[in-house]
Design a protein around this ligand. Structure first.
Ligand code: G3P
Ligand code: CA
Length: 268
């Protein structure tokens, strides 16, 4: 399948490739985005953080140590947090070899580079603002990059982008800054608190270990900030049994490192 043909149109629930197709290519790299597209998956998820000089980059951990060769390139700069490195320094790192030597030379993408590739592949994005307490102002900066790259156009806002965070304050801030953006809170709020979240979150995206059929129904019974039923995507489901279980609960989407496994388990 070429990237242009990648489609989740028939998925029910929607299948989202977590950090890209991260079981098969190094997480949060352009290679993982391309791998998802080649496998036929239009929706990908990523994580956004910030360098010392203010560049937004796509990386899961606050530290570069697990997924790059930063310890070799910059010995003595433990704990190798991305916020202590400039964008030029981060651009020198190898973000692929740790996963497989075939991916040697893969880079930590800037958010701008990442958006360009997702656009090129005709893909759609669940963007996570990671560790926002470390990066004051990252909500506005993220929206700025998305705007510059054309991702806040009416067509994109309709069905190509969700911005999510474990921080309710960050989700609320994104909603207030750009009310047209679809948002998600990451976590499992008490059912009694869902009405508060419905004011600023279109989705509640919860760990699959925390949900039940009743919880899914409780979320979907609320209307979100855009007047449509709230949705629930659940993560991170990598096996067929749990994929079938949560699909049976009626979740709207499944976020997975193994999108092929989840699609095969849930397609009818
Ligand atoms: O998209 C949900 C999931 O990514 C949240 O957990 O740690 O993988 O970012 P984490
Ligand atoms: Ca994430």
């Amino acid at each position: 399948t070429s990237p242009a043909q990648a489609s989740n149109a028939s998925d029910n629930p929607l299948v989202v490739a977590h950090r890209g197709a991260s079981a098969y290519a190094p997480e949060n790299t352009l290679a993982a985005v391309d791998k998802a597209a080649k496998m036929g998956f239009r929706w990908v998820e990523n994580d956004v953080q910030r360098t010392k000089d203010g560049e937004l980059v796509v990386l899961h951990d606050a530290s570069l140590a697990r997924t790059t060769n930063v310890e070799e390139v910059f010995p003595g700069r433990a704990p190798w947090n991305v916020r202590d490195f400039t964008a030029a320094e981060v651009a020198r790192l190898d973000a692929g070899s740790w996963f497989d030597s075939r991916y040697a030379g893969a880079r930590v993408p800037t958010l701008k580079q990442y958006m360009n590739r997702v656009s090129h592949n005709h893909q759609k994005l669940v963007l996570e603002i990671k560790n926002p307490a470390l990066y004051p102002g990252i909500e506005r900066e993220t929206l700025k990059v998305l705007s510059n790259e054309g991702w806040l156009s009416p067509a994109h806002l309709k069905n190509s982008l969700v911005v999510q965070s474990f921080s309710a304050d960050t989700v609320r801030t994104v909603h207030q800054l750009r009310p047209g953006v679809k948002t998600a809170f990451l976590g499992t709020p008490a059912v009694t608190d869902l009405s508060e979240y419905a004011a600023f979150a279109d989705q509640i995206n919860a760990s699959y270990t925390t949900i039940s059929r009743g919880y899914v129904a409780a979320i979907q019974a609320f209307n979100g900030p855009h007047g449509k039923p709230m949705e629930i995507l659940t993560w991170t489901v990598d096996d067929a049994d749990n994929a079938r279980r949560v699909a049976g609960y009626g979740v709207d989407g499944i976020i997975t490192n193994k999108p092929d496994v989840v699609r095969a388990a849930t397609e009818s």
